[in-house]
Design a binder for this molecule. Structure first.
Ligand code: E4P
Length: 217
């Protein structure tokens, strides 16, 4: 299972990278705005800064909602750095743009997926990654994990190579349950990764080992 961090915060990205378990980064316009990164020039520079920290795929989202605009912006994003993955919304022109980029060998991430049918379309268009938004479904009392499981079954039935990127992860149990289902990738905040470390028996066991070592010295 690949671990992506879902943020535009450089210090969180650096911390996850330093832990040695990070495989990539996802961002979106809201995450950029949260870090105060606004304006096309600053956003493009920030993508390059992220690529220079992380060793792996970095999703950069187009803002255009028409095919021509998505192609133009996606090509500009892809030219920024070899690690860039063009992130496209799950709308008709986004599916067309996904097919365009996959035919050219440019990696894509189809975002804002909320149903198995949308996931099927993304795979048919050759998406590298397809992002179902688990947390946002849970927020409206719909079972996000059930969606991930249904998509896993559909992709396995036909051997689709599109990777299921479980997005909108909110906490460690989302990560663990996605791993059980077989999501290829998860993307979440730093806390959803570092939270996996925590267990009181690890802490108390380590404290006892250190105490006992001191007794022998
Ligand atoms: C990632 O690609 C998505 O943009 C992100 O996971 C959305 O998460 P949110 O629902 O916490 O905003």
């Amino acid at each position: 299972m690949k671990f992506f961090i879902d943020t535009a915060n450089l210090s969180d990205i650096a911390e996850a990278q330093a832990l040695g378990v990070l495989d990539g980064v996802t961002t979106n316009p809201s995450l950029m705005a949260k870090e105060g990164i606004t304006g096309a020039k600053n956003i493009l520079k920030h993508y390059v800064d992220i690529c220079n920290i992380v060793d792996g795929d970095v999703s950069a989202e187009v803002i255009a909602t028409d095919f021509e605009g998505m192609v133009q912006q996606g090509e500009e994003l892809a030219a920024l750095h070899p690690q860039i993955v063009v992130k496209l919304p799950m709308i008709a022109d986004g599916v067309k743009a996904c097919k365009y980029f996959s035919d050219k060998g440019i990696k894509t991430n189809v975002t804002l997926v909320f149903s198995p049918g949308q996931a099927l379309l993304a795979a048919k268009a050759g998406a590298t990654y397809m992002s179902p938004f688990l947390g946002r479904l849970d927020d409206i009392s719909t079972d996000g994990l059930q969606l991930i499981a249904e998509i896993r079954q559909i992709y396995d039935n036909y051997g689709f190579e599109t990777q299921i990127l479980a997005a909108s992860i909110r906490h460690t149990m989302h990560v663990i349950n996605c791993a059980k289902i077989g999501a290829d990738v998860m993307t979440g905040p730093l806390s959803s990764i570092t939270g996996l470390l925590k267990h009181p028996l690890t802490d108390s066991g380590l404290a006892q080992f250190l105490l006992d070592y001191q007794k022998g010295n």
